[in-house]
Design a protein around this ligand. Structure first.
Ligand code: JBE
Length: 255
């Protein structure tokens, strides 16, 4: 896969795109990466990429012409899926990462300042947001998406992971894991994990995943594939939470 970014701070990508798994994927030619400088498509002496908003208001906006001209050039020879990073986009998920990992080429456009002139979005195949917070620019978002996509590319991680990845662990949170020592400062590893009984361990892990998801991320459950028995466990966790709330309420009233 080829990933390119378009931004006024291409140097931000140095380092994160060279280290660890992404660096290795590049050296193995599983991933090609290039950070383009949007200023290369400006024509004025100051190489300006931003300007004041029509109608007034705070801050500067990214201009439309450099983005259009850059995309004309970048897409001239080879098609690509064009992504824009903006808080107005769809929220990035593992499922979007899986879709993007199937593309041949991604061009990620990263804004700065208060955002883009709205007309740039006519060039977008997809607008993506990392979440409901405001970043100073889209570069870090592009790196997050590159990281999530890169690890899904065939041969980048061991292929043994690929089945698990298909569904983000069946829409359940990861079960708790431990390594040596078995006991540390009075904190011990659950007995079952030391038992060597693989069936029992698998059952315990599945149960822990369900309990955690029910308690911490109930929003994931509608898409989880659970057996009737497992739904009973979810309902028990919900009753537990309700009971906890009731007992907290009670103890508050008794004070
Ligand atoms: O999430 N994002 O893609 C953003 C991009 C630019 C600014 N804030 C964001 N949250």
């Amino acid at each position: 896969m080829r990933i390119e970014t378009l931004s006024v701070f291409p140097q931000m990508f140095e380092g994160p795109m060279d280290a660890s798994i992404i660096g290795r994927a590049r050296r193995m030619s599983k991933l090609e990466f290039a950070a383009h400088d949007l200023r290369d498509w400006t024509h004025d002496r100051h190489r300006s990429t931003d300007d004041e908003p029509f109608g007034g208001g705070q801050g500067q906006l990214m201009k439309v012409e450099p983005v259009f001209e850059a995309l004309d050039d970048l897409l001239a020879d080879e098609p690509a899926q064009v992504l824009f990073f903006t808080p107005v986009g769809e929220t990035f998920t593992q499922s979007i990462a899986q879709q993007l990992a199937r593309e041949q080429r991604l061009v990620m456009v990263c804004g700065r300042y208060e955002g883009f002139d709205e007309r740039v979005y006519t060039r977008a195949d997809r607008c993506i947001s990392l979440g409901d917070y405001v970043l100073t620019g889209g570069e870090l978002a592009a790196m997050v998406v590159t990281d999530a996509v890169c690890r899904l590319l065939p041969g980048v991680l061991g292929d043994e992971l690929s089945n698990i990845e298909e569904s983000f662990h069946g829409n359940l949170l990861e079960y708790p894991q431990y390594t040596r020592p078995a006991s540390y400062r009075g904190l011990s590893v659950p007995e079952v994990l030391l038992s060597g009984d693989h069936a029992k361990i698998a059952a315990w892990r599945r149960r822990q995943s369900i309990i955690r998801t029910a308690r911490l991320r109930p929003d994931l459950l509608p898409d989880a594939e659970l057996s009737e028995q497992e739904w009973d466990l979810v309902r028990a966790c919900r009753r537990d939470l309700a009971d906890e709330a009731t007992s907290i309420e009670r103890s508050d009233c008794e004070r």
